[in-house]
Design a protein around this ligand. Structure first.
Ligand SMILES: C[S@@+](CC[C@H](N)C(=O)[O-])C[C@H]1O[C@@H](n2cnc3c(N)ncnc32)[C@H](O)[C@@H]1O
Length: 149
C-alpha cells in the first residue's frame, strides 16, 4: 500500500508552471493536482495531454481547499522557511497533499502556520515552483516504492 498524494500551487502567476507540474505529477505518480485562488487555462504545449491522465481541482480560497482535504491526509507546505525540514531528511506521509506558493510571494504566513509540516530544498535561493514540485515528487518516488504509469 503506497497511499497517494496530490500537489498544487496557491495563486500561481504563470499557467505554464501548472502545465509543467501537471506533467511531472502524472509521470511521478501523484493522484491529482490543484490550484488555489487562480484557475488554470490549458496550455497547447502539453504534449502528454496530462489532463487525460490525472485530474486538476480548483479551489477559490485556502479555506475551501482546507475544508476539502481528503480524510486523514497531511498538508505539507513546500517553502524556504526556518521551520522547514530539509527534503533529504523528510519522511513522506503515505497520504498527503503538497502545497507550493506563488512565483512572486511564496506561501502566505497564515498558510504556512496551518500546514502539518513544512519542507525545503537545499540552498538559500528559490527554485522555479514547478521544478521544486517535481523534485519533491521525485524524492517521494525514491523513498516510497510505488508503481508508476
Ligand atoms: C519562486 S518561489 C517564491 C519566492 C518568493 N520570492 C519568496 O521569496 O517567497 C515559488 C515557490 O516555489 C517553492 N520553492 C522554491 N524554491 C524552494 C526551496 N528551495 N525550498 C522549498 N520551496 C521552494 C515554494 O513553494 C515557493 O513558494
Amino acid at each position: 500500500m503506497t497511499g497517494y498524494c496530490g500537489i498544487g500551487i496557491m495563486r500561481h502567476k504563470r499557467d505554464h508552471n501548472i502545465g509543467t507540474l501537471w506533467r511531472s505529477a502524472y509521470i511521478l505518480g501523484a493522484s491529482y493536482i490543484f490550484t488555489i485562488g487562480k484557475s488554470y487555462k490549458k496550455q497547447t504545449s502539453d504534449v502528454l495531454k496530462s489532463w487525460t491522465k490525472i485530474p486538476l481541482f480548483h479551489y477559490e480560497t485556502f479555506e475551501d481547499f482546507k475544508k476539502h482535504l481528503p480524510y486523514d491526509c497531511r498538508l505539507i507546505g513546500i517553502e524556504l522557511d526556518e521551520r522547514a525540514t530539509p527534503l533529504k531528511e523528510f519522511v513522506h506521509p503515505k497520504r498527503c497533499v503538497y502545497l507550493l506558493g506563488a512565483e512572486d510571494n511564496g506561501l502566505p504566513p497564515k498558510v504556512l502556520d496551518e500546514c502539518h509540516a513544512l519542507i525545503q530544498l537545499p540552498g538559500t535561493n528559490s527554485l522555479n515552483v514547478a521544478v521544486t514540485g517535481s523534485i519533491v515528487l521525485n524524492d517521494r518516488v525514491e523513498k516510497i516504492p510505488m508503481k508508476l504509469p
